[in-house]
Design a protein around this ligand. Structure first.
Ligand code: NDP
Ligand code: 8X3
Length: 253
């Protein structure tokens, strides 16, 4: 029987690339996101190109009720989840804290922290029954160091860093591995979302240097997944060569 992986936020970027690499490894996939049409297209591509089974589930990770309704009632053949990639997440806005937009703050906290928790709560219980599993959280270099105007986004990723450590302790008795990956700048839809559809401003973020691609990060996630069962990568920081830390870039403009 094929192994099963669940990737949240698989409609674009790192989640979509990770789903593709896991599909190529022969995993059957549960993929999630809010944009139903895109999710179904991704599912079709994965099934067609990789010959695996895909269960696309359209829901908002910010709603505990939707998370429970979709993941809490999985058909029996989908319950034995081997790998959970907690990827769904976003940054909204880039303002100094004194000018912060409260709705932006709430979207980031509700998605990046509470959404990750709601999903983990359900899936870790399936893994507990199996006595195995691997959870990989998408943290960020922003979870290691704050940068100017990144305040709340950085706080949510610092929370992910703490949750990864706490989850690893709590799930240790059940043979469940818990890892996280902390990328620097990856060119995806991330900045378009952060700047609320301002594509020019988003493009500007990646000018003058070569950012990571979603596939670079997916490849590193696949490395974690493929480690032998007695090996766990606790934490991986992956950066563009032209980025030294969360706020120092070597740009040729
Ligand atoms: P994208 O914007 O390309 O992808 C984000 C994904 O998250 C989409 O599939 C989106 O799906 C999903 N998502 C967002 N909000 C929700 C929600 N409320 N409910 C369900 N799904 C949601 O960005 P990335 O691929 O770059 O981001 C993926 C992760 O990587 C995020 O956690 C991000 O913080 C992290 N990261 C990104 C970096 C970067 O530079 N790009 C660097 C470090 C970490 P939909 O809109 O369909 O719901
Ligand atoms: C996304 C990378 O540096 O924009 O987590 O925060 S950064």
């Amino acid at each position: 029987m094929a192994k099963i992986a669940l990737v949240t936020g698989a409609t674009s970027g790192i989640g979509e690339a990770t789903a593709l690499l896991l599909a190529k490894e022969g995993y059957d996939l549960i993929i999630t996101g809010r944009r139903g049409e895109r999710l179904r297209q991704v599912a079709q591509t994965l099934e067609g190109e990789c010959g695996i089974k895909v269960l696309p589930l359209v829901f908002d990770v910010r709603s505990q009720a939707e998370v429970e309704a979709n993941l809490g009632t999985l058909p029996a053949q989908w319950k034995d989840i081997d790998v959970l990639v907690n990827n769904a997440g976003l940054a909204v806005g880039l303002n100094p804290v004194q000018d912060g937009v409260v709705d932006d703050w709430e979207r980031m906290i509700d998605t990046n922290v509470k959404g990750l928790l709601y999903v983990t709560r359900v899936v870790s219980n399936y893994m507990k029954v199996q006595g195995k599993g691997h959870i990989i959280n998408l943290c960020s270099i922003a979870g290691k160091e704050a940068y100017a105007n990144g305040n709340v986004y950085c706080a949510t990723k610092h929370a992910v860093d703490a949750l990864t450590k706490g989850m690893r302790i709590d799930l240790l008795p059940y043979g469940i591995r818990v890892s996280q990956i902390c990328p620097g700048a990856v060119e995806t839809e991330f900045s378009i979302v952060r700047f609320k559809g301002d594509v020019d401003r988003a493009d500007n973020v990646y000018k003058g240097f070569t950012p990571l691609t979603a596939l670079d990060v997916a490849d590193a996630i696949l490395y974690m997944v493929k480690c032998p069962p007695h090996v766990n990568i606790n934490d991986m920081v992956i950066m563009p060569t032209a980025q030294a830390n969360s706020y120092t870039f070597h740009k040729m403009l």
